[in-house]
Structure formats: C-alpha cells, structure tokens
Design a protein around this ligand. Structure first.
Ligand SMILES: NC(=O)c1ccc[n+]([C@@H]2O[C@H](COP(=O)([O-])OP(=O)(O)OC[C@H]3O[C@@H](n4cnc5c(N)ncnc54)[C@H](OP(=O)(O)O)[C@@H]3O)[C@@H](O)[C@H]2O)c1
Length: 280
C-alpha cells in the first residue's frame, strides 16, 4: 500500500509519518514538488503510483494569505485541484485536511458537518474551495476538518507558545477567539484510522472541549509552573498583528467521528501529555 503525503514536512505531516510504514510512505516537501504545477504533480504520480494520498500541503499562514490572495489561491485551490485530479486518475484514496475557518463563528454552539459554511478570510475561502474540488472530482475521499493544531514542529502560534513562555517572553493572547485545540499526534492517529476505513465524505476531528487562546495559555503556564503574568490578555480587535478576520467561536462537533471511530480525548489531557513528553 503506497502512501503519499503532500506537505509532509509540515507540522501534521511530521507526526503522520511516524504512524505509517517508512518503506511504503513518500513524504513530499515543497522542494520535491510544487503542487500548483500540474506537470510536477503528474510526474510525481507517475513515479509513485500511490494508493493513498494525504493532501496536507497548504498556504497556512492566515494573515499572509490575506495579503497574498493570489499565492493562497495558487497553493490551496490550484494545488488541491492538481492533487485531486491525479488521485482520481490513479484511483488513489485521498484524505484532505480542512479547517474550522470555513465557518463565520456566529452559531455559538459547536459546528457539525451539516452546518452552513461562510468563511471570513482568504485562507478559509481557499480551503473551502479545496473541499469543493475534492468532493466534485474524487470518488474515494475523506475531508477532515480540524482546528488549532499544536505539536513540537510547527511555526504556528499554538506550537510555539510553550517555548516562548518557557523562555520568559511576555505574550499577548486573545480572550475572545474560541475553538478546540488539537494535538497533532492525536490527529495523525485519527487520519490513519480514517484513511484505512471505508468512510467517504466530510468529518470533523479535534480534541474534545474548547477554550479561548488565553485559557490555553493559562493551562500551559499551570502545567509548566510558570507565572501567568507572562500572558497579556487582549481582544482580537486590539491585536495589531492580526489582519485576517477569524471566527469568534468555531468549535467543531465531533459526534460523527465518535460514532464512526471513537470519542477524541479532552484537549487538556492531550496538551498535558504533549507538555510532559515533548516539551522540557
Ligand atoms: N495548523 C493548524 O492549526 C491547522 C488547522 C486546521 C487545518 N489545518 C490544515 O492542516 C494541513 C496541515 O497543516 P500544518 O499545520 O501541518 O501546515 P504547515 O506546518 O504550515 O505545513 C504546510 C506544508 O505544505 C507545504 N507547502 C506549502 N506550499 C506548497 C506548495 N506550493 N507545494 C508543495 N508543498 C507546499 C509546506 O512546505 P514548505 O515547508 O517547504 O513550505 C509544508 O510542508 C493544512 O492543509 C492546513 O490547512 C491546519
């Protein structure tokens, strides 16, 4: 069973590869293939002839996507089209990772798979368009929406926060953006479960429960024995660095995943394990 991971050098890809047999898994970085280049992607599929494709590659910097919409479209839409097209050509099963940012956050209760999407940002719009491309062009697919991924590799805020705090940096952190933190290790296990099942369609996966970024920071401080005054609570409206609009409450309902597979563990339990085992 040959498996291809686009974006394999990113946060999720690096955890995912630990759960797949090395000899049959092909991990692609942007250096190996630019997914927006149709001919590069064709060459890649001809060479590997994969059975399963985890399509993780994306332009993931939400604020940069807002400033560089053409680049965001190029990677997240054109790139996803190319990967979807050749997955179908080669009869490969494709697993596409999407985001809670496809919602506007106005529902005030967890979003399920049937809820209406309404992205507020370029990033959310391009990821949603990627979902449509997968749905319309692929016969054997799963679209997995997830949120606020943390782990030891990424350049994203959730992953960098523990180290910043350990180094004694003061961090401005929002109190009014709420969603579900997701440990990249738990997500990797869930992605393998989904990929090796017959499940076809859209499904939400994140750790159980939800919190603001500030509460997430407080939990990290508590676990690492750090002074909570390192956290400077702000509203997203006061946050000068934030250009893209973000949903204020974009928690994902994981009932469907619970019924098909298992109930995800609570975010604070996953975060505690991460801090104990991977941050020291
Ligand atoms: N992180 C989150 O909180 C979050 C939440 C919800 C959904 N997601 C989705 O989950 C997936 C994985 O996220 P992540 O956090 O692991 O992302 P990441 O750490 O930012 O990694 C993105 C990967 O995509 C690659 N890439 C970017 N542009 C490319 C291109 N044109 N051609 C080929 N590869 C390209 C990057 O390669 P280089 O390193 O060489 O640039 C990198 O390997 C993404 O689809 C993202 O939209 C993430």
């Amino acid at each position: 069973m040959k498996t291809l991971i686009t974006g394999g050098t990113g946060l999720v890809g690096r955890y995912l590869k630990e759960h797949l047999p090395a000899e049959e898994t092909f991990i692609l970085s942007r250096q190996d293939v630019d997914i927006a280049n149709f001919y590069d992607v064709r060459r890649l599929f001809n060479r590997i002839q994969p059975d399963i494709v985890f399509h993780l590659a994306a332009f993931t910097d939400v604020d940069r996507c807002e400033c560089e919409p053409v680049n965001a479209f190029r990677t997240n839409v054109t790139g996803t089209f190319n990967v979807a097209f050749f997955s179908e050509e080669f009869s490969a099963r494709i697993i596409y990772l999407s985001t809670d940012f496809v919602f506007d956050g106005k529902k005030n209760s967890p979003y399920n798979e049937l809820d209406i999407t309404c992205p507020l940002s370029v990033y959310g719009k391009t990821k949603l368009e990627g979902e449509r491309i997968i749905r319309d062009n692929c016969g054997n697919y799963s679209i997995v929406r997830t949120s606020r991924i943390f782990g030891k590799y990424g350049h994203n805020f959730a992953s960098q926060l523990p180290r910043k705090l350990l180094q004694g940096h003061k961090v401005k952190i929002t109190t009014d953006l709420i969603n579900s933190p997701t440990y990249a290790r738990d997500l990797a296990v869930a992605l393998v479960q989904i990929a090796t099942s017959k499940f076809c369609g859209l499904i939400h996966f994140c750790n159980d429960g939800y919190c603001s970024w500030y509460d997430f920071g407080l939990y990290i401080c508590k676990q690492l024995g750090l002074d909570t005054s390192l956290l400077i609570p702000v509203s997203i409206n006061d946050f000068a660095d934030s250009i893209a609009k973000r949903p204020s409450f974009s928690t994902l309902d994981t009932s469907l995943f619970g019924r098909k597979f298992y109930k995800p563990r609570p975010w604070h339990q996953a975060l505690e394990e991460f801090l104990n085992q991977e941050i020291s």
